[in-house]
Design a protein around this ligand. Structure first.
Ligand code: HEC
Ligand code: HEC
Length: 275
């Protein structure tokens, strides 16, 4: 009877496998949704604790260049050796500007050459939101985008491409690879940029970049541009998945089958005629 038992075990094993699979999927889903919810809540309503944490971090890391009350440091007051390091006022720049500058590692300024460059951020995500909350508590300004703001599902890729070519490519190049500007400055490559940073850069216009507020480029158009930049990223990755190429493949398959079918039909017909 030993030959029968492994056979009988099989359905049980299958059932066990399915159960394990279902449990795993459930667990993954729960983990994913619990990961997603704090991000949704982490927008611009800040608790007093977060603001006071931000105040402390600001005093230690930013006040020397931006002033104790965010008023900025006039270019000709202190730091005569390098007046450029004197920071502008941060009143009204909004949480978006702080989030962009700090999480892309531009602030606090380390070495200052022709322009402040991106790098590794010296603050955690929580510290960054504390700093943003503190600065935003002084005066309203552009907000950090929410998940809904960045949802590009319904955005038009074609419109995004057109908007990108008219508004962004003169500085960032047609393939978003960046380019030189005048006086030794440059526009960086934005191909690796995260959607939230693209949104924030448009809203706040860092350094030589113009501001694209919601009247110049409305939120739908911003989403279209973000979708387009993401598509450039997907295209320039030769080893990556051929996203959205399912259509041509199935069309090709159809033509191939029809064409072969026609050829076979022709040869059968010719063969019949020859007889
Ligand atoms: C060594 C001086 C220095 C320090 C320290 C510094 N900044 Fe700045 N910051 C600058 C300068 C200079 C600029 C202007 C850059 C430019 O536009 O060329 C700037 C610009 C900014 C802007 C953009 C303002 C705008 O109008 O969009 C923000 C936001 C900002 N800083 C936040 C911070 C925060 C937050 C900290 C602390 C974590 C910080 N900075 C630390 C010098 C500094
Ligand atoms: C006049 C030139 C100019 C135009 C036009 C321009 N940018 Fe920029 N952009 C810049 C410069 C300069 C920087 C770097 C600023 C800095 O380092 O603080 C920049 C930075 C950025 C960044 C941040 C990249 C990083 O390294 O983190 C993004 C994203 C971005 N731009 C997107 C756009 C988009 C999208 C458009 C079109 C809607 C656009 N830019 C139009 C000059 C421009």
């Amino acid at each position: 009877m030993s030959a029968g038992s492994p056979r009988r075990r099989r359905p049980i094993a299958t059932a066990a496998l399915v159960t394990v699979g279902l449990v795993l999927m459930g667990g993954l889903y729960a983990a994913a949704s619990s990961l997603a919810s704090p991000a949704r809540a982490g927008t611009n309503e800040a608790s007093p604790e977060l603001i006071s944490q931000g105040a402390q971090l600001y005093k230690e890391g930013c006040a020397s260049c931006h002033g104790l009350n965010l008023e900025g440091v006039p270019a000709d007051s202190t730091n005569k050796a390098n007046p450029k390091v004197n920071g502008p006022t941060l009143i009204g720049v909004g949480a978006a500007a702080v989030d962009f500058q700090v999480s892309t590692g531009r602030m606090p300024v380390g070495a200052y050459g022709k322009q402040v460059v991106a790098g590794r951020s010296s603050y955690t995500e929580e510290e960054t939101s504390a700093l943003a909350a503190y600065v935003a508590s002084f005066a309203p300004g552009p907000a950090i985008p929410s998940k809904e703001d960045l949802d590009t599902t319904d955005a038009s890729l074609a419109e995004g491409g057109e908007l990108f070519r008219t508004n962004c490519s003169q500085c960032h190049n047609f393939a978003a690879q960046g380019g030189a500007l005048s006086d030794g400055t440059f526009a960086p490559s934005i191909d690796p940029s995260q959607p939230n940073h693209i949104w924030e850069a448009m809203l706040t216009g860092p350094q030589n970049m113009p501001v694209f507020n919601d009247t110049t480029v409305n939120p739908d158009e911003k989403r279209a541009i973000i979708k387009y930049i993401a598509s450039i990223k997907a295209e320039s990755n030769p080893g990556g998945a051929p996203l959205g190429r399912v259509g041509p493949v199935s069309e090709g398959l159809l033509l191939w089958t029809l064409g072969l079918g026609a050829l076979i039909a022709c040869s059968v017909w010719l063969g019949a005629k020859a007889k």
